[in-house]
Design a protein around this ligand. Structure first.
Ligand SMILES: Cc1cc2nc3c(=O)[nH]c(=O)nc-3n(C[C@H](O)[C@H](O)[C@H](O)COP(=O)(O)O)c2cc1C
Length: 317
């Protein structure tokens, strides 16, 4: 009996440790086995992002501004606003995304697959995240893998922590510890890392230093194989739009990456929904309704208001 209890305790501790810390085991092929590349000056760069609550947009904008300050002609914007065919002539393409469910969202990965052949364009990625650390590096690898598969030459990848914009981790009266501890982020130190990343990419290109990278085997990486969105959906109910509160601004429709919302009918296709919370997190009228475990969820805008939180923007923006 004692033996069994000891075994269960050890197994429990091991699982917990694995889920918190990435194991330094490489299991993905290294795409850029040789990190030496032909040195070149970056004259034109594109910084593109997918963003729901603004953290990735802010990071992308600061990267773009830092590049511009260094004399690089820079195009920046949301991936959905840019015609992929326009991206053929850039020296450097940087793509950023939030981490959703331990990976880059499928929407972003599909968008990258739709890019024209990049034929030797330098490519880099970044992610913003808010969860307990463990899989964010792999999410940045996912993006870089996709860009490399289109023919890009990997130059860098980076992760930036923020407060998680994840409504299941807060309610009106309680907030999970890790979210609350990160409520001051992004701060000036985050912004300095973002600027440093932009400068690093330009210097690496000039010095001919590509990046060698590989995913790490983590417990969270394994979780991505069992469809965490589907599991999370099991706890969500009554996802709908309140006709009384809706001001028909169209933001929920625009934010939904899978077109699951039809505002003209005030309907949400909950089968198609990928549970990104973009509708709930962005609605300025609190008209998007969602419940988890019978409790009404509050979105990011409302959460920030209730908790009296605000973001301090970097000076350049
Ligand atoms: C649906 C959803 C899932 C998330 N999953 C993760 C996760 O697996 N790991 C993590 O570190 N953060 C996770 N987060 C936090 C976001 O990555 C973080 O808030 C990010 O900075 C949001 O970027 P945005 O404001 O550009 O949308 C999640 C947030 C949402 C809304």
């Amino acid at each position: 009996m004692n033996q069994r209890r000891k075994f269960l305790k050890t197994a429990g501790q091991l699982t917990f440790a694995l889920s918190l810390a990435p194991v330094g085991c490489k299991y993905m092929r290294v795409i850029s086995a040789d990190s030496r590349i032909a040195p070149r000056k970056v004259n034109r760069a594109a910084v593109l992002w997918y963003s729901q609550t603004g953290y990735t947009r802010r990071t992308g904008r600061l990267l773009a501004r830092t590049m511009e300050k260094a004399g690089v002609k820079t195009l920046s914007g949301e991936v959905r606003e840019i015609n992929p065919q326009e991206l053929a002539d850039f020296d450097l393409l940087i793509v950023g995304s939030p981490v959703f469910y331990y990976d880059a969202p499928e929407f972003v990965r599909n968008w990258i697959e739709s890019l024209p052949k990049l034929n030797g364009t330098l490519v880099a990625s970044f992610v913003t995240f808010g969860g307990p650390e463990g899989n964010q590096h792999n999410a940045a690898c996912s993006i870089l893998d996709g860009l490399a598969e289109r023919g890009g030459i990997p130059l860098g990848l980076e992760t930036f922590m923020n407060m998680a914009a994840y409504p299941l981790s807060w309610s009106e009266d309680s907030v999970s510890d890790n979210v609350w501890h990160a409520r001051h982020l992004p701060d000036e130190a985050t912004y300095e890392r973002i600027r440093a990343y932009a400068r690093h990419l330009l210097a690496a290109a000039e010095q001919g230093r590509g990046v060698e990278y590989s995913k790490k085997l983590t417990m969270r990486e394994l979780v991505t194989f069992i469809n965490p969105i589907w599991w999370t959906k099991l706890s969500i109910s009554n996802h709908s739009i309140d006709a009384e509160k809706c001001i028909a601004c169209g933001l929920c429709e625009a934010k939904c990456p899978v077109h699951a919302i039809d505002l003209s009918k005030l309907s949400i296709d909950t089968q198609a929904c990928v549970l990104c919370f973009g509708c709930l997190n962005n609605c300025p009228a609190c008209a998007v309704h969602m419940e988890a475990g019978g409790k009404t969820l509050i979105g990011y805008q409302e959460f920030m208001k209730i908790k009296n939180l605000s973001i301090i923007e970097p000076a350049e923006l």
